[in-house]
Design a binder for this molecule. Structure first.
Ligand code: HSE
Length: 463
């Protein structure tokens, strides 16, 4: 059983005006990995100032881990450590469960069980919420408990609070963000330090940035989970992860970084949610951004998000996008919210997805092939005169207008395996829907002067 001593309220610090010590908020932690151990550490280190902000002590009483021997040294002696997660989520003396195990199956079962037992839940699990959030939030509403998830999106950045509270008076027009720290770390290391993709990924894993399965990071899936959450809060719609058009960074070549730079751009894995006349666009893709733009200069494991709304205009948010204490910062902010608001009743609570559940609307979604951007085309061609003219004719036939072109110099070319290794022409087009660009790629492939499949990337102008 949980030791009675570990659940006793600690004496509050004596303030100038003493008041009766409110009961502590008793926390049960599921998982003592990167996020769980970081949360335990920051809670212990900043306990007094967190109490002064939340108005009551936030006491980590119990933790559940699979490997008890590895978890024990990461927790204070007052924390009871168990290997039975189900016992923790049902324990009558736990007020709030911090879910830090990640993944979907076990996490979903445990979170729903915790809610059914009247516990508030704090989680940084974006996959769980993107896929099962509608179910989890409905269960929480029915049981009158809170589910808080600031750590699920761009960990250290209080973007959930910004969208739900700070921008509550606005109509959001679009938002765009770098919301995966691992892929941004990889892209930055490849561009700035000339690292290979594999070496950069290994380092991101060593630093604890990557997901348990790093394909979630590099394939854009993690960013897609986060975009689904952001879009729901921005536009007031149910979670639509399945409708996010997703492309990862795995196909990028060193040549693309060089050409982007020569054209005054940088490549980022960008998540975009945009309100259009016909519906909402949702996409995660590697894209070229003007080199002087704010997001183009968010490097390493940092995340950045820009929101355009009607009253506030452009607002921007930058901060660490991964890491143990960086995520703990958000998890603890949620615990403070729970400590301040628990028991206040649904009317005083902030709706999980920013809009009250009965106000969420199933906005139509714009199909990915109708999304309009400029396009970057890298076209491996045979040496010879007249090639550029042939390309431009083929593109004009698909309705694509070329704005600028760049003929790669032989010394700047990429001889790496899978790289370009020959003459290439790089074009930037005017804005056109994706289907027109795909049609143009088919036309280019059919030309005799084109010696390998052309590469296309979006150019995101945002404004
Ligand atoms: N793997 C995630 C990232 C962790 O790199 O952004 C934070 O969500």
């Amino acid at each position: 059983m949980l030791a009675a001593s570990s659940l006793s309220p600690l004496s509050p610090s004596a303030g100038p005006l003493s008041r009766p010590a409110p009961a502590p908020l008793r926390v049960g932690l599921l998982g003592v990995g990167t996020v769980g151990s970081g949360t335990a550490r920051v809670l212990a280190r900043n306990r007094a100032l967190i109490r002064d902000r939340s108005g009551r002590d936030i006491a980590l009483c119990m933790a559940a881990a699979r490997n008890l021997a590895r978890a024990r040294p990461l927790l204070g002696p007052e924390v009871e450590l168990v290997d039975d997660a189900q016992r923790l989520v049902r324990h009558p003396q736990i007020d709030v469960v911090v879910e830090a195990i990640g993944g979907c199956d076990a996490a979903r079962t445990l979170v729903l069980d915790a809610i059914a037992h009247g516990k508030h839940v704090v989680t940084a699990n974006k996959a769980l919420l993107a896929l099962h959030g509608d179910e989890v939030f409905a269960a929480a509403r029915a049981r009158g408990v809170m589910v808080a998830f600031e750590g699920a999106v761009a960990v250290s950045i209080p973007i959930v609070k910004a969208l739900r509270e700070g921008l509550a008076g606005n109509r959001v027009e679009w938002l765009a963000g770098i919301v995966n720290g691992t892929s941004n770390f990889i892209l930055s290391a490849m561009r700035e330090r000339g690292w290979t993709f594999e070496a950069a990924l290994r380092e991101a894993q060593r630093l604890g940035y990557a997901e348990a399965d790093p394909r979630f990071d590099v394939d854009g899936i993690d960013a897609g989970h986060k975009l689904a959450l952001l879009a729901s809060m921005a536009f007031g719609m149910p979670l639509r992860f399945g409708a996010v058009a997703i492309e990862g960074i795995g196909a990028l070549q060193p040549a693309d970084f060089r050409h982007a730079q020569a054209l005054g751009h940088r490549i980022k894995l960008l998540a975009v949610a945009r309100r259009q006349r016909d519906g909402i666009e949702l996409r995660v893709r590697p894209a070229l951004l003007p080199a002087g733009s704010v997001l183009a200069n968010v490097d390493g494991a940092m995340n950045g998000i820009v929101v355009k709304s009607d009253a506030a205009g452009l607002t921007g948010y930058i901060g660490a996008g991964a890491g143990a204490e960086e995520t703990a910062s958000a998890v603890i902010a949620d615990l403070v919210d729970v400590a301040r608001r628990a028991g206040s009743g649904p009317a005083s609570q902030v709706p999980a997805l920013a809009f009250h559940a009965d106000a969420l609307r199933p906005w139509p979604l714009v199909p990915a092939d109708a999304h309009v951007t400029r396009h970057y085309l890298r076209i491996p061609v045979q040496a010879g005169a007249g090639v550029l003219g042939e390309l431009l004719d083929a593109l004009a036939g698909s309705g694509l207008v070329v704005q600028t072109h760049h003929d790669a110099h032989p010394e700047a070319q990429d001889d790496s395996p899978g790289g370009a290794g020959g003459r290439e022409i790089v074009l930037l087009t005017q804005a056109a829907p994706l289907h027109a660009a795909c049609q143009a790629l088919d036309a280019l492939r059919a030309l005799r002067c084109v010696r390998a499949a052309p590469v296309r990337l979006a150019v995101e102008d945002l404004a």
